[in-house]
Design a protein around this ligand. Structure first.
Ligand code: ZN
Ligand code: ZN
Length: 241
């Protein structure tokens, strides 16, 4: 009774508001209709392996693969992303990552759980892409962990934030895909192989760019004995194919 009254008081003092524009909404942390419609959410048809959005004409009822996956280029078991990396997603990603706007985590993680609706949720560990220590100290939080925690809770599996360590390397913001691959090579070390061996691991990150980071992390996890590695990100770069 007391807690219900307290909840009502909190709702009255802090009514649910859209985290992006502040418009009233019905549930805490949810986007208003206008902000929701700004994002390019990835629906169907899409590549069954990497989640790349495919043109409507591709919907034929059989297994759908993008040209890259058809050529065996995807290094994850599967990958899903909630939306396309564009002006709208960039406008929330940058303040979320660098500006302390951690309140965005709620709608972002919810969108990522939605993006996982058509894959077998058979992972037993959820692992955010680790941040190097100097960057974590500077930023005070790992944005991937903020996204991974509610996903692990929704899947009812363990969140693993410390089995892999990451060495500090320069930011990959303006690098070519080849430079990204070179820059990321050897940065991850599995420090708790006992917690990785035999596991089906779901990696979580905010954005999928060239695949260099998730691909390298997958490599070290499989080397350490992981059973399989898949991934989910809030948004992904979509280049014409
Ligand atoms: Zn809004
Ligand atoms: Zn694909």
């Amino acid at each position: 009774m007391v807690s219900r009254c307290l909840n009502r008081l909190v709702e009255f003092l802090f009514p649910p508001a859209c985290p992006v524009c502040g418009a009233p909404v019905s549930i805490h942390g949810e986007l208003c209709g206008d902000c929701f419609s700004c994002f390019d959410w990835i629906g169907n048809p899409k590549c069954e392996i990497c989640g790349y959005p495919l043109p409507r004409s591709a919907a034929t009822g059989r297994l759908l693969h993008c040209p890259a996956c058809a050529a065996g280029a995807c290094r994850l078991r599967w990958l899903r992303s909630a939306c396309v990396y564009d002006d709208a997603s960039r406008a929330v990603m940058l303040p979320f990552k660098h500006g302390g706007r951690i309140k965005y985590a709620r709608f972002m993680s919810r969108a990522m759980i939605w993006a996982l609706r058509d894959v077998a949720m058979d992972c037993d560990v959820v692992m955010p892409v680790p941040l190097a220590r100097p960057r974590l100290i500077h930023r005070t939080y790992n944005q991937a962990t903020l996204l991974a925690r509610p996903i692990a809770r929704a899947m009812n599996v363990r969140l693993d934030v410390d089995s892999v360590r990451r060495r500090h390397r320069p930011d990959m913001g303006h690098m070519t895909p080849h430079q990204r691959k070179e820059n990321i090579s050897g940065v991850f070390t599995v420090v708790r192989p006992d917690r990785v061996r035999g596991r089906r691991i779901l990696l979580v990150d905010d954005v999928f760019t060239s695949g260099a980071t998730l691909g390298e992390l997958r490599r070290v996890l499989l080397d350490a004995g992981a059973d399989s590695v898949c991934g989910v990100t809030f948004c992904r770069v979509v280049r014409a194919i």
